[in-house]
Design a protein around this ligand. Structure first.
Ligand SMILES: [Zn+2]
Length: 369
């Protein structure tokens, strides 16, 4: 059962009105932390890897770690998702490596730094949709540039990915009318929208107000394209107790605020289905490891500190999944394989715009026989 396409999970979450955290991973302990937390509360999960994470972990290692997760947790439906694919090539290599979902981030050009034109974004995203849907893999697109309205810039880079220089308010807030056109022309299953969140720990200089975190924009967009699942990037909450633990044990993080969980819950009510969380997991691991190093400088067994890091991350994962409403849903996710999804896309089940191009669909159908 475990591997499912993103679309299946998000369709179910829409029906039951909850959100799903998408956690970033780079190594075995992080995958274990997410799976153990999911097993405790029987939650379906989205595990995602950026281009940088795939390079760090190595695709073969990542693939086999995920196969191990599927074998050990057969009751937990899992999505393996490519986070911020900067080009069609990145998405295609993810598909070849068994990912059940890919993000084609055409909001930036292939360098991952320069904001792109709308037409470029449509073209690269449509290409990835054609290929991915022909093999039943889901696609997330991005419209607008993820970044801070306080700073009018992208903020911290995520694995060297993020817009460089000053951004305009038009770039930092996804335009609802453009979102309609984008989804119509690309046929994406999910869309990352820009509403003032940014990557990294330093999202806001004080608890955010509605002027710098524009949740209402989600509602506007959701009303216009209810069939497309909305995604919130940069949605860590940056728990103050973790910052304090890190700084108490030799760290030097500046004061930082993230997206309050209450605001994420409001966003879920407004139509968000996938919530990307990375920084909180990094903070949780670092806080535990720093504390251990500081309090027990005589110890040097990696199992000791990595195990504590894993436990700390697991607590945050479980907390977020509970807060987003994932508890208990694992058993009820329909078992739909990528092969079955490919047939659905081809039949027009998800609409004309989500159909793959006829040539690719024919090639994929031939290969599956
Ligand atoms: Zn992101």
């Amino acid at each position: 059962m475990p591997f499912v396409p993103l679309r299946v999970l998000l369709d179910y979450a829409r029906e039951k009105q909850f959100g799903i955290a998408a956690f970033n991973v780079n190594n075995m302990e992080q995958i274990q932390a997410i799976c153990e937390a999911a097993q405790e509360i029987m939650a379906p999960i989205i595990i995602q890897a950026s281009k940088g994470a795939r390079k760090y972990t190595n695709d073969i290692f990542l693939k086999h770690l995920m196969l191990a997760a599927a074998e050990l947790y057969p009751d937990i439906p899992m999505v393996l998702h490519q986070d911020h694919g900067s080009s069609p090539e990145v998405c295609l290599s993810a598909i070849r490596n068994g990912f059940t979902s890919v993000m084609m981030d055409g909001s930036l050009e292939e360098d991952g730094k320069t904001p792109s034109s709308f037409e470029y974004n449509v073209a690269v995203t449509r290409f990835v949709v054609d290929v991915a849907h022909s093999v039943g893999v889901s696609v997330e697109g991005e419209l607008g540039t993820i970044g801070s309205i306080e700073k009018m810039a992208a903020g911290e880079l995520e694995d060297a990915h993020g817009a460089v220089g000053k951004l305009t308010i038009e770039q930092l807030l996804t335009d609802p009318a453009q979102a309609v056109e984008f989804v119509r022309r690309t046929g994406v299953d999910a869309l990352a929208v820009a509403i003032g969140t940014s990557h990294g720990a330093y999202k806001f200089t004080s608890p955010p107000t509605k002027d710098v975190l524009v949740i209402d924009r989600i509602l506007e967009i959701h009303k216009l394209i209810p069939e497309c699942h909305l995604v919130m990037h940069g949605s860590s909450s940056v728990p103050q107790d973790l910052l304090q633990l890190i700084n108490k044990h030799g760290g030097s993080l500046r004061p930082a605020w993230g997206v309050p969980v209450g605001e994420i819950q409001r966003a879920i009510k407004a139509g968000v289905r996938k919530i990307n969380v990375d920084t909180d997991l990094r903070l949780a691991m670092t806080a535990a490891i720093r504390t251990e190093f500081h309090e027990h400088p005589d110890r040097f067994d990696p199992r000791g500190y990595l195990g504590l890091g894993r436990d700390s991350m697991k607590r945050v994962c479980r907390e977020r999944m509970e807060q987003f409403g994932q508890t208990g849903h694992a058993k009820h996710i329909p078992h739909v394989t990528c092969e079955e999804m490919a047939k659905r896309y081809l039949s027009g089940f998800y609409g004309e715009n989500a159909k793959p191009s006829p040539v690719l669909a024919r090639a994929s159908a031939k290969n599956s026989h």
